[in-house]
Ligand binder design. Structure first.
Ligand code: FRU
Length: 457
């Protein structure tokens, strides 16, 4: 039996168990079975949004990844499609690793990394191409780029885009001196690629999942590994962030900023849609960040995506605004009131909006996660995943607090401060019976029940 059929057998056998888990999300993308990591190939093609992701169907660990595939007309309801890539060729047999999608001559073209462990157990890496005429079935076209001199085989995650008359590709890489960087390639036809050099470097030992796009300025987005924790910064195992720079002049590493301040956020990818919006989806997970302690393994699934966000540049920062379409998830307004302290019980598929916040506040969410504003600092705290006490993440406000918007979905919480100037994305695993939500602090609070008719299949 071929690998895709084997994967679909896993879906048939276990997706009911996965979806009956009290922690399984209602309106976020999660795997029907197995492990999900990076978003891949995010594109709007012929009017439909396509999102692929790194998928291990056979267990809830990492390994030889597939590309799972979903489509949506509105970024809310996602429909499962047959897996698009399986690790079944000599050049990708240990994983069809992360990559991106573009449209050329009406076709949907994928670039991804073929990950190979050779007989001696050493890693080999190939940048590969695939294509589809119908957006459902994909034909692998094989290797287009081999490892150049000067880099270790940690060389992966091609992101391709068109600029003026040429195609460009950025790849996350590690030099033979074990420095993280991004390399740039150029092509006229998407088949022959010329190595153009290192586009940025100077942080940590490896950069994963690069992305390049233009807002007001040029932006390089990537996930560097090996940064030292510094006060409230870089507290996750690995980081994800951006440098606002210039394609010609460069991207100075000193200008690196974290994109998200939560416990779980990694390997985000963007695309531009037909409304001219720069949209981002991230993996709400963290490699080597305690995933072995997540309580969902026994139900045959782990991890989920973030909600889609629109990126907007504001001076030297990027704002992540929840996409407008998310308002369509609102089913019933549960409360709307002016309050100095508040306690209520809510199921765990809600949106909470706090406006006119005055002074410090504390929120206790299902007895699991606390959110505190004290002066300019916002801190979130939860029980440590490994059971050893508590852990926290924090950020300082750039402007007086006006609004908090929070999306809770069974086992995740995305906190948008001041319209997305600061964002915390985190998984939460409260006792499944708990519904209690408490707040001390002055604000005008609205709570919506969220859901969608179709949701994520
Ligand atoms: C990031 C990453 C990528 C790689 C993929 C493998 O989470 O390590 O660099 O392509 O995951 O699943």
């Amino acid at each position: 039996m071929n690998l895709k059929n084997k994967a679909m057998e896993m879906v048939e056998s276990y997706s009911d168990t996965a979806k009956s888990d009290a922690y399984y999300p209602t309106y976020h993308i999660a795997p029907p079975v197995g492990l999900l990591n990076d978003p891949n190939g995010f594109i709007q093609w012929k009017g439909m949004y396509h999102l692929f992701y790194q998928w291990m169907p056979f267990h809830t660990g990492h390994g030889a990844k597939f590309w799972a595939h979903l489509t949506s007309s509105d970024l809310i309801d996602w429909e499962w499609q047959e897996p698009s890539l399986a690790p079944d060729e000599w050049f990708d047999r240990n994983g069809c690793y992360s990559g991106s999608a573009v449209m050329k001559d009406d076709e949907l073209i994928l670039f991804y990394t073929g990950n190979v462990k050779n007989e001696e157990g050493n890693r080999e890496t190939y940048q590969c191409k695939a294509r589809s005429a119908d957006g459902v079935t994909f034909e692998k076209l094989g290797v287009r780029i081999e490892l150049p001199e000067g880099f270790t085989p940690h060389f992966r995650d091609p992101k391709v885009w068109k600029m003026e008359d040429a195609w460009y590709m950025v790849i996350g890489a590690q030099t033979t001196k074990e420095e993280g960087c991004i390399v740039l390639y150029r092509s006229e036809d998407l088949d022959t690629w010329t190595y153009e050099g290192i586009l940025a470097s100077g942080l940590g030992y490896m950069w994963e999942c690069p992305d390049f796009f233009r807002l007001t300025d040029d932006v390089l987005l990537f996930s560097p590994q090996g940064l030292e924790e510094k006060g409230i910064d870089y507290r996750n195992m690995y980081q994800s962030g951006y440098i606002i720079g210039d394609f010609e002049e460069g991207f100075p590493a000193g200008k690196f900023k974290e994109l998200d301040r939560g416990f779980e956020f990694y390997a985000p990818q963007t695309t531009e849609d037909d409304q001219g919006r720069r949209l981002l989806i991230g993996w709400m997970g963290m490699p080597d960040g305690g995933e072995e302690y997540f309580p969902t393994h026994d139900n045959h699934w782990i991890h989920q995506m973030t909600l889609p966000r629109e990126l907007i540049q504001s001076g030297e920062r990027i704002i992540q605004k929840p996409v407008e379409e998310l308002k369509d998830l609102r089913v019933t307004k549960l409360i709307e009131q002016d309050t100095e302290s508040f306690a209520g019980n809510f199921d765990r598929n809600i949106e909470v909006i706090m406006k006119d916040v005055e002074g410090d506040f504390t929120l206790e969410v299902y007895g699991y996660l606390s959110i505190r504003l004290k002066g300019e600092r916002i801190t979130i705290e939860r029980p440590a995943m490994d059971g050893s006490g508590t852990e926290w993440r924090a950020a300082d406000l750039h402007a007086p607090l006006e609004e908090i918007r929070m999306f809770i979905d069974q086992s995740s919480l995305e906190l948008f401060v001041n319209g997305g100037e600061i964002v915390f994305s985190s998984r939460i695993f409260p006792d499944t019976e708990r519904k209690d939500f408490r707040m001390e602090g002055k604000s005008f609070i609205t709570v919506w029940e969220l859901g969608s008719e179709k949701g994520v299949e």
